[in-house]
Design a protein. Structure first.
Length: 586
């Protein structure tokens, strides 16, 4: 094993270098390269947020000083780049291919190209990979989606990601508004919809704006500068519109090693987990299958790129262990695949997880863990599990005969979002007790644990329920209750009833009929220590993170009429509602 590259160069910058695409559009790139003659490997990042805003030294100088050319390119229709329309993320497939091959052909390039970046900059990497440009050798995507239908615009369970999609579209529209000369007409109307919040990335909407119906009104307002919003809302079902930008359907076309980074409170957690596992099984070559790596930390989405910590994950501090120097890992990875330096990284464990509760890192050989014991914890009550003051219980004992629990879901008074895997609205850990005080939230809590219980892996809730409505939502949340009562959210999910059987075809409910719902809570890694309790919440809304189900069965994007729904949750011998926890033997 050889030491990684050391800093030895100063940085030269070339601004707005044109990179032509196959259809003649020039995408502008800032090129940061060593102040030396010769050719170097290239690290490419493509972004829609204005390459001039990249902070230095940040993720630029670190690599240039060590012998890499770093290229930051404005994507099509953004800032310095040409292109009439910004339509995320469809253009990134062919434009990414063209950018790689352009970079490889430049006089400062040795033809070895890798990609890096977080969030949209990670998404561009995932979209690019199946096109297999000849000079792309590796990728290091951070916090990015795998399936843009089920973990970008809509959620795995079918609800629209309202909490970030609309304010994000307004944020992105600003450059398009300037380009089209609409700053005095359209921009003020959009700015009035934003809340006065001190959020660097983008402020959320006002409550009134989040509640606006129909949802398609946003598509209409934004159509001059963001036609894609109306397109998204017109395609709630999975299908051909979404498939070209779904890496999960294209694993067999990927032939490069990737290092995937994500985190337990990241809005795109599912992407990193799914892509790591899918490519390990189905990538084109043995090398690509064998050389997928996964790192999962305890952070939310908006962590500092070089040194993620616990300070941006809501209420909790995960301690000094949560801080890592991600650049060191990236350098070892790129040195190996682009410079041929044996840094030893390919011999590292395939998976590195941060185990919350104990707040330690642990190496693993696979995901999910082979030693997992999937253990059901059943819902129990005497029919009064409503709120923290109810009689809901959670235990490994299967139910016998118990009365069901009931509540009214009113779309006009939805259960508020409380942290979790969100973006723009508050993220990460929040005390769930204010939410659990509501009568339309069912709360099931275990006895205090006498020994630690580790939960690491994918989590689902199997819920038997009936509704008076032809369509509705059910939500579920896993919570760690501390001895002082603080309720830490760990994982949550939602299922839109019409998509309970298929994300590609809606099937309405028969009102009053008992139906089985599978709610995907994605995953976590957490130790419930002795003295803590395990809790599950069941409700029918999580707003404004997700759009409100109007309970009518009509089109969610164009409807304005709403009605209440009478919800009944069963937990008895015939209908044993439960959460399936991935328990790790200790």
């Amino acid at each position: 094993m050889t030491q990684s590259s050391r800093p030895q160069y100063r940085v030269i910058v070339e601004k707005d270098v044109p990179s032509p695409t196959r259809d003649g559009v020039n995408l502008m790139a800032d090129v940061y390269r060593p102040d030396a003659d010769g050719q170097f490997p290239v690290l490419l990042s493509r972004l829609p947020y204005d390459k001039n805003n990249r902070q230095r030294p940040g993720d630029i100088d670190y690599f240039v000083e060590r012998g890499y050319v770093v290229v930051f390119q404005d994507t099509r229709g953004r800032f310095a780049s040409e292109g009439e329309e910004y339509c995320p993320p469809f253009w990134e497939i062919q434009d990414g291919y063209d950018a790689v091959e352009w970079a490889a052909a430049q006089p400062w390039s040795n033809g070895q190209v890798g990609t890096m970046g977080q969030s949209y900059l990670g998404a561009t990497q995932y979209l690019l990979a199946p096109t297999r440009p000849p000079h792309l050798k590796t990728a290091f995507p951070v916090s990015a989606s795998a399936d843009f239908h089920q973990s970008w615009v809509y959620h795995t369970g079918g609800a629209f990601e309202l909490g970030w999609q609309i304010p994000y579209a307004i944020l992105m529209a600003r450059d398009s508004i300037v380009r089209q000369g609409l700053t005095e007409t359209l921009l003020p109307a959009l700015e009035r919809a934003l809340a006065p919040a001190h959020i660097a990335f983008a402020p959320p909407l006002t409550d009134e704006a989040y509640r606006q119906l129909p949802l398609m009104a946003w598509g209409d307002i934004l159509k001059p500068v963001a036609r894609y919003v109306a397109d998204y809302l017109t395609h709630p079902d999975d299908g051909p519109y979404w498939w070209p930008i779904n890496l999960e359907r294209q694993y067999a076309n990927v032939d490069i090693p990737m290092y995937h980074v994500t985190s337990w409170y990241d809005i795109f957690l599912r992407g990193g987990l799914a892509n790591f596992g899918g490519l390990r099984q189905h990538a084109m070559t043995e090398t690509a299958r064998a050389q997928q790596k996964l790192l999962v930390g305890p952070w939310a989405h908006r962590f500092p790129y070089t040194s993620p910590s616990s300070t941006d994950t809501g209420d909790i501090d995960f301690g000094d262990n949560a801080r890592i120097e991600l650049h060191e890992t990236q350098l070892r990875w790129f040195d190996y695949w682009l410079k041929g330096i044996d840094t030893g990284i390919v011999h590292d464990a395939p998976v590195k997880l941060f185990v919350m509760g104990e707040n330690v890192w642990r190496d693993e050989t696979e995901w999910p863990l082979a030693r997992t014991r999937y253990t059901p914890y059943y819902l129990h009550s005497q029919g009064r599990a409503n709120s923290l003051q109810g009689d809901g219980q959670l235990s490994a004992l299967a139910p016998a005969e118990e009365p069901p629990d009931r509540y009214i879901y009113d779309p006009n008074d939805p259960v508020p979002s409380g942290g979790g895997n969100t973006l723009i609205i508050p993220m990460g850990v929040q005390d769930q007790r204010p939410i659990e005080a509501r009568q339309d939230v069912l709360v099931y809590t275990s006895e205090a644990l006498t020994a630690p219980v580790e939960v690491t892996g994918p989590i689902t809730v199997e819920l038997y329920a009936a509704s008076s409505a032809p369509d509705t939502d059910f939500t579920a949340k896993l919570v760690d209750v501390r001895p002082d009562g603080y309720a830490q959210n760990l994982a949550d999910g939602i299922i839109r009833a019409r998509y309970r059987l298929s994300r590609s075809m809606a099937t309405l409910l028969t009102p009053g009929e008992v139906t089985r719902f599978t709610i995907d809570l994605w995953a976590t890694s957490h130790v419930f220590v002795a003295g803590h309790r395990i809790r599950v919440e069941i409700a029918s809304s999580n707003f404004p993170r997700f759009d409100r189900n109007l309970n009518t069965g009509a089109d969610q994007a164009t409807s304005t009429h709403m009605q209440t729904a009478e919800q009944t949750v069963f937990h008895d011998a015939r209908y044993p509602s439960h959460i399936l926890l991935p328990v790790i033997p200790r």
